[in-house]
Design a protein around this ligand. Structure first.
Ligand code: ZN
Ligand code: ZN
Length: 157
């Protein structure tokens, strides 16, 4: 809808040529129109007719769609390293033998990816890295506790 209203000033221009006989391309006044843009309705010649996912688009709308598509794919390709670190930091509990792989992975992620790229659309918080480390250090703490508690008990006797 916004696109249509943005293109509205041009609608009069193409309507005039369309009513004055053969429709001509919006971009090339001397080219006969072969298609109408499915998004803004401007007539385009065979040269300007862009096909994207089965719909005909004018070059302006084609570029717009491409930019939107690029943005959408960029959004999806944003790897949320802190979430990975968090999952890895606690995931070893589910797959316990993965611990030895998880330690260097979380170490790497929390050091290399501490600063999230500015282009991230979702603001990321660093607490996930800290939470990941809590998960990683949990067995160390447990191990230490297991070692220390019997020693204390033995010492107490
Ligand atoms: Zn268009
Ligand atoms: Zn054209």
């Amino acid at each position: 809808m916004l696109v249509r209203s943005a293109a509205a000033p041009h609608l009069g221009a193409y309507a005039a040529t369309a009513f004055g006989g053969a429709a001509t391309c919006f971009f090339h006044g001397d080219h006969a129109a072969s298609q109408a843009c499915s998004q803004c309705g401007r007539f385009v010649c065979a040269l300007c007719d862009m096909t994207l996912e089965g719909s005909h688009l004018c070059p302006a709308c084609f570029e717009q769609k491409l930019n939107q598509g690029a943005l959408a794919s960029l959004r999806q390709s944003d790897v949320l390293y802190d979430s990975i670190a968090l999952w890895a930091g606690w995931g070893w509990i589910l797959v316990y033998f993965s611990y030895i792989f998880v330690v260097p992975a979380v170490m790497y992620l929390s050091i290399a990816k501490w600063r999230a790229p500015k282009r991230y659309l979702v603001p990321r918080r660093r607490w996930r890295y800290c939470a990941a480390w809590v998960g990683l250090l949990l067995p160390v703490a447990l191990f230490a506790a297991l070692l220390l508690i019997p020693a204390n008990q033995r010492g107490g006797r």
